[in-house]
Design a protein around this ligand. Structure first.
Ligand code: AMP
Length: 113
């Protein structure tokens, strides 16, 4: 599998892992766009939100749960943060493995797109 995030899951590509459990792994973005920029991804290869099946939907809940816990641990929960999932080329998705961005630690842009 040549998916870059699958290689992070398997440990072939090193990453700064901040959380790991049976379903998901979270690591710091290599090109952070905010003081806190963490990616939460399912360990199983799901290409994008658009390909998510009904059976796979619970993983989204778990990804949000982990992101909320990490926001607390990073000390940004009270100040506020943003969770974002890009989907497809026009949605700005560059890596075709589902991932949730946790961004915070500064005042983020009011614009979303
Ligand atoms: P997206 O544009 O939503 O697909 O976001 C992909 C994100 O993955 C970008 O913010 C990249 O900086 C990040 N990224 C790409 N390769 C790596 C890597 N090896 N380790 C950590 N983050 C990465």
């Amino acid at each position: 599998m040549d998916c870059i995030f699958c290689q992070i899951v398997s440990g072939k590509i090193p990453s700064d892992v901040v959380h790991q459990d049976e379903e998901v792994i979270a690591f710091r973005d290599i090109k952070p766009q905010a003081p806190v920029h963490i990616l939460v991804i399912p360990k199983r290869h799901i290409p994008s939100l658009a390909q998510l099946t009904e059976d796979e939907l619970p993983v989204i809940t778990h990804m949000v749960e982990v992101a909320n816990q990490l926001a607390k641990r990073e000390g940004i929960a009270d100040r506020g943060y943003r969770l974002a999932i890009n989907c497809g080329p026009e949605g700005g998705q560059l890596v075709p493995h589902l991932h949730l961005h946790l961004l915070g630690g500064r005042k983020l842009s009011d614009e979303l797109g």
